[in-house]
Design a protein. Structure first.
Length: 145
């Protein structure tokens, strides 16, 4: 009987030790939150951050190059700063890679609208431009909220 009790206790200790701890879901920066989104939910892997636009003290929009399903494209994400000073992604969308074919096209979420342009000036006052690796094109982002 003691032998069975020993094995049960031993197995419980071993199994408890083999379990993985809860994921650390704190993100101290917007980039960490985007990397966490990739790790935990399989969204685009961050390859290069282009710019993070501050909307207000607790909200930003990040424009970055990422890889999703083996394809490289530009992504736009809105992030909120939580009460515990961590960042969370609320909306994120891929807008493709800049080309003549997708000038004038845009994607829209409840938080922002974004697309590509060749112009050096923003089309409206609350629209921001972000330079990409391709010097001919810029990403425009309009905050909707």
């Amino acid at each position: 009987m003691l032998r069975k009790l020993f094995y049960i206790t031993f197995m419980a200790v071993v199994l408890a030790g083999c379990q993985t701890a809860d994921k650390n879901s704190t993100s101290n920066t917007p980039q960490e939150a985007l990397e966490q989104l990739h790790t935990e939910e399989g969204f685009a892997e961050v390859v290069k951050m282009y710019r993070t636009l501050e909307i207000d003290n607790n909200k930003v929009i990040s424009v970055y190059k990422g890889i999703l399903d083996g394809a490289e494209e530009i992504f736009v994400a809105k992030l909120n700063k939580e009460k515990d000073d961590t960042w969370t992604v609320t909306d994120a969308m891929g807008i493709g890679m800049p080309s003549e074919d997708n000038i004038g096209e845009s994607i829209k979420t409840p938080s922002f609208e974004a697309g590509f342009t060749k112009k050096n000036s923003a089309p409206s006052p609350n629209t921001k431009l972000v330079q990409t690796d391709d010097k001919k094109y810029r990403v425009w982002v309009k905050v909707i909220e």
